[in-house]
Write a new protein. Sequence first.
Length: 202
Amino acid sequence: MSLYESTGGADWKSNAGWTTGTACSAGDPDGANWHGVLCKNYSVVGLAFPDNGLRGTLPSARASLSALRPLSTTRNQGLSGTLSPAIGSMSALSDVSLPGTHVSGTLPESFAALSGLRAVRAEQSRISGTLPKALFARMDRLSRFQVDRSFLSGTLPTELPALLKQFQPDRTPLSGALPPPLAALPPPAQWPLRPPARAGPL
């Protein structure tokens, strides 16, 4: 309920189920009656609220959501706040989607603990700061990293995941050289918003 309370759940476009019962309980093991919640074996495995009128801040990540895989708050422009470092405790997290929100601050270095992370989308958000090498230390499954029109800056790390197939830093202050594997990606997989980049400075 912390998400409901901190993001104005009473005014969501759809808040079915959030004021009655308990998701993923004996009464609703699949979360079928809770808008945006997906359950499996009595655990929350997905949260998705695209364009649902969330306003306020994201609550701190909870270790109890260790089975959570996708987390999506796409196109909720009233959503702000930062990503809690405790997000690293969500060990099953595979997709983080924040585009079109006002979520700000840096990408926590605890992301490096999410070895199963496959996609990060933070385009058109207020995510800022740099991309430290440690951030990609264990993200060997990451295949999609979209941060275009965000506020990320600094130098692009050369230690980008080998499986990265879609990389969008368009219209950010990021600088540096593209690793050859990224420069070799054909459009639009690499640069859907501008002409293909070449190896070398962004």
